[in-house]
Write a protein that binds this ligand. Structure first.
Ligand code: MRU
Length: 321
């Protein structure tokens, strides 16, 4: 299976996540402008994949730009919430004094590490899930997409599903569709189908009802930024899921590489939450679905307080706030 994001010759190559699942196509990004546009449009998305985009973006700038610092700033700020984006840019920028080839090598090393670290984090998280949830086989609930497509390869929260599925321990995954951009219905469902893991897509608003009916053994999500105290920013709707999970006594497990931890923030109050275009809500597939003058509240992420989280798991095991 190819990487979600990689380098080929003179370009960054990504799987175009705006086209899935109806079309599997690759995009070749040859300028920083094309990369920034792809990040903003969510053609490449998910915190770890954005870290890779940040580092490869600096490698691209080092080859094509006469102002790498300015381009690095454009890339790092293309989206505000996932700390990995700026982290990937910073890591690659440290190699700039050694030249473009050194930057590219650093970016490629980051890509390789991303797969390894997500595999390790999700292996640890699989053990946490098995310890927290007595029922076998497991019924898991997923929100947004924290799979291969959100990372360079393997995945974080969905990586746990791959580990457990390999051991025959997954009954089904309930997939929140994840309004408004449908990362769950389009991307997570596509990945689960490819891996032949049983799943059902549900509206986000069905998640609490599924827990009330006893259909969920564990909620598994990724993260875009984790504050030092363990507060977690992730896709909008995660906070509501955590409240529902607490109410129903369902374990709520967050899986992420340690590059998603932002120790500079004491708690989640300092996390910048991206607000996205109103048209993501006022239109559906280009067709208006609200009154023309409807005002919109469209935060892309929310912050879940650490008290609602059973465990945050990284490649080092359980995160200690
Ligand atoms: O807006 P997106 O699709 O980039 O949001 C992605 C998420 O919220 C993911 O859950 C998060 O980045 C973790 S991915 C391993």
């Amino acid at each position: 299976m190819r990487r979600t994001i990689d380098w080929a010759g003179d370009a960054i190559v990504i799987i175009d996540q705006t086209a899935l699942p109806s079309e599997y196509r690759l995009l070749h990004l040859r300028t920083v402008g094309e990369l920034v546009d792809a990040v903003k449009r969510l053609a490449v998305r998910g915190a770890p994949a954005l870290g890779a985009a940040g580092a490869l973006g600096v490698a691209l700038a080092a080859r094509t730009s006469d102002n790498v610092e300015a381009d690095a700033e454009l890339i790092a700020t293309a989206r505000p919430t996932a700390v990995n984006l700026a982290w990937g840019v910073e890591r690659a920028m440290k190699k700039l004094p050694q030249g473009g080839q050194a930057v590219l090598e650093e970016a490629l090393a980051l890509l390789t590490e991303d797969e390894e670290l997500n595999k390790a984090a999700s292996a640890h998280a699989a053990e946490v899930v098995l310890a927290e949830c007595p029922r076998r086989p497991l019924r898991l609930l997923s929100h947004c997409n924290a799979g291969r497509l959100a990372t360079v390869g393997w995945g974080s929260a969905l990586g746990v599903v791959w580990h457990l599925h390999e051991r025959g321990l997954v009954e089904e995954v309930l997939v929140d569709e994840t309004r408004p951009l449908l990362q769950g219905a389009r991307l997570t469902a596509w990945e689960l189908a490819q891996a032949e893991v049983p799943y059902r897509v549900q509206p986000d608003s069905a998640a609490a009802a599924a827990m009330a009916r006893g259909l969920v053994d564990c909620v598994l999500v990724g993260a875009d930024r984790i504050a030092a105290n363990g507060d977690v920013a992730n896709k909008i709707g995660t906070y509501g899921l955590a409240i529902a999970a607490k109410h129903h006594g369902v374990p709520f497990v967050v899986v992420a590489p340690s590059s998603t931890v932002d120790k500079s923030l004491a708690d989640g109050a300092g996390i910048a939450v991206e607000e996205r275009d109103a048209r993501e809500l006022t239109e559906y597939a280009g067709v208006p679905i609200t009154p023309a003058d409807a005002q919109v509240f469209n935060p892309a992420f929310d912050v879940t307080p650490h008290e609602l989280v059973t465990a945050v798991v990284t490649e080092h095991g359980r995160f200690r706030p």
